[in-house]
Design a protein around this ligand. Structure first.
Ligand code: FE2
Ligand code: FE2
Length: 307
């Protein structure tokens, strides 16, 4: 099916889900979540420059907050991607702008929190933001069905990452803020998930193929952040986002929701894609088990050494 036709066919679903989203999304004020009274000037305004001992966050909490913030910072690139795929017309275009407006507040409230509390090195953060945005995010002309499948997984992944980052800060203020951001991500996930559901009804084979390809090739949107690979490993070790979470809390819930393995009447292409998907998630599951076992063993060794 031509992309133009597909956009038209899915338009009623997009419109219904946009309306549903607008009804359930509660207005919230990012400034309410920032402890402004803790803020003070930096060097240029005759204040104190940042130094490490000012941060009350643990190193892993700093890393996770920075990764999550820089991921959100790249919004102009994500906007470009969804606008290219969904267009500016009809409910699709309305969703693109609404979604972008909601995403916009994520970066600035997390940044406000970090600057006011002196949680991370602000110079380093600004340089990393510049690098991240200059790298941009480019999915390489991903087709519509793939974009819809990818963003379903990605929104759920960022929801979980924000939630778990909030917990690891051990700061109730940060946790409240990130829990609020995670709620937005959850509603975004539901929107995209419902579009994929409709696409599965409309074009089961090609949609199955798109889902399989996006599971197999999944990468976090933040993969362009400087030092991402190293930081992602630290976050995995800390249990903020690891393969077990990716398999159990992101991939499987969506596949279950879409009734991927109960779906009947698939064409040959669809059946082939589903077989590949089954193999891919089995491999992911094995890898996740291996990762967790190694992590547990390493933790046991450290505990034994400490006596
Ligand atoms: Fe976000
Ligand atoms: Fe989102």
């Amino acid at each position: 099916m031509e992309t133009e036709t597909l956009l038209k066919e899915l338009e009623p679903t997009v419109e219904a889900n946009l309306n549903r989203h607008l009804e359930v999304a509660q207005e919230w004020m990012p400034h309410e979540y920032v402890p402004w009274a803790e803020g003070r000037n930096f060097a240029l305004l005759d204040g104190e420059p940042w130094s490490l001992e000012q941060s009350t966050l643990s190193p892993i909490a700093r890393t996770a907050l920075e990764v999550n913030l820089l991921t959100e910072d790249n919004l102009p690139s994500y906007h470009r991607e969804v606008e290219r795929a969904f267009g500016r017309e009809s409910a699709w275009g309305e969703w693109v702008n609404r979604w972008t407006a909601e995403e916009g507040r994520h970066a600035f409230c997390i940044r406000d929190y970090l600057l006011v509390t002196r949680g991370v090195d602000p110079d380093e953060l600004e340089r990393a933001r510049m690098q991240t945005m200059e790298a941009g995010y480019d999915s390489g002309e991903k087709p519509l069905l793939n974009v819809c499948a990818y963003v379903s997984f990605q929104e759920l992944a960022t929801r979980v990452s924000h939630r778990n980052t909030g917990k690891i800060t051990e700061d109730p203020v940060a946790e409240r803020l990130l829990t609020r951001v995670a709620k937005d991500e959850n509603l975004h996930m539901i929107f995209y998930r419902n579009i994929v559901d409709a696409a599965l009804q409309l074009l089961p084979g090609p949609t199955m193929r798109a889902i399989t390809d996006e599971v197999v090739n999944f990468q976090m949107p933040g993969s362009v952040i400087p030092g991402f690979a190293r930081k992602a490993v630290q976050m995995a070790k800390a249990g903020i986002y690891d393969l077990r979470i990716h398999h159990d809390d992101i991939v499987m819930p969506l596949l279950r929701q879409w009734r991927i393995f109960e779906l009947e009447g698939l064409d040959e292409e669809g059946e082939k894609a589903r077989d590949e998907l089954a193999q891919a998630i089995a491999a992911l599951d094995r890898e996740a088990t291996r990762f967790v076992t190694q992590r547990d063993e390493a933790a046991a060794k450290i505990a034994a050494r400490r006596g």
